[in-house]
Design a protein around this ligand. Structure first.
Ligand SMILES: O=C(O)CCC(=O)C(=O)O
Length: 261
């Protein structure tokens, strides 16, 4: 269970670190499957030739269990609200990062996309229609040199003003990123370091980025969304910890436009 202080930190900083959210035996079973999928040899660094290998969705039993531990379900209820999120059947994409000479080309600052628009392009709206949380699941120990995800602390507060006038259709994802990245450039940086089995629960609007691996051991991390059952109601009478920073960031801004407006 998250403490009141941890919830307050999530509201203010945009993320909370949940240590040991996934038990070690599950981490190890997932790790074996992930290594096999990379096609690389864990004992032979000469086989680690790419800076990043993106592994697609894994939905086997250890991954499903890792996504649904009691400690995570409790935290989802606390942050997103009971009955407002959909249990995951998998862990989404794994950008596996290797210590190589070659630099990655996917380390730009961004917010995650949320839902697909009518034209198939990704979009983000104020009610965060397709994403209740961004989650970072560590499947290897991640120290400061091991390509921890960079996080702009408090950057989730910079995004709502960029979405408020776009209504429920929201904005095209890359178009939003072009504004969200400079708008959050003043924020201090934190790093998603920790031990295999730790999970970072992040606000859906948090600005973050990958970085090159400067360590010695490949970094395994999953970054699935927690899907919402419905767009955020943004009811000022009873806001959840995901909604509170959105409403706070908009205090004094025009009221959110209604659907179809
Ligand atoms: O690999 C990372 O640390 C973050 C990757 C990321 O944010 C992404 O692929 O969207």
């Amino acid at each position: 269970m998250l403490t009141d202080e941890e919830i307050a930190r999530f509201v203010d900083a945009g993320f909370v670190h949940v240590p040991a959210a996934v038990p070690r035996d599950l981490v190890d079973r997932c790790g074996a499957e992930l290594w096999a999928a990379t096609g690389c040899d864990p004992e032979d660094p000469s086989t680690w030739t790419e800076p990043v290998i993106r592994l697609s969705d894994f939905a086997t039993e250890p991954f499903r269990r890792a996504a649904n531990t009691p400690v995570l379900h409790e935290a989802f209820d606390q942050l997103v609200g009971s009955g407002r999120w959909v249990p995951r059947g998998s862990l989404g994409t794994f950008p596996v990062r290797f210590p190589t000479e070659q630099l990655p080309t996917d380390d730009g600052w961004h917010v995650e996309a949320s839902f697909a628009g009518a034209d198939g392009n990704y979009r983000v709206n104020l009610r965060s229609r397709g994403r209740a949380l961004l989650m970072l699941f560590l499947f290897s120990d991640v120290g400061p040199d091991d390509a921890p995800t960079r996080i702009r602390v408090g950057s989730h507060l910079d995004v709502p003003p960029l979405l408020v006038e776009a209504g429920d259709d929201g904005r095209e994802w890359m178009d939003l990123c072009r504004d969200a990245v400079p708008a959050s450039a003043h924020r201090p940086e934190a790093y998603a370091t920790g031990t295999a089995g730790d999970v970072y629960l992040c606000h859906p609007f948090l600005v973050h980025a990958a970085q090159p691996h400067r360590g010695t051991t490949p970094r395994f991390m999953a970054q699935p969304p927690l899907l919402p059952r419905a767009p955020l109601p943004l009811d000022p009478q009873a806001p959840t910890p995901v909604e509170r920073p959105i409403l706070a960031a908009l205090a004094g801004a025009p009221a959110p436009r209604e659907s179809g407006a």
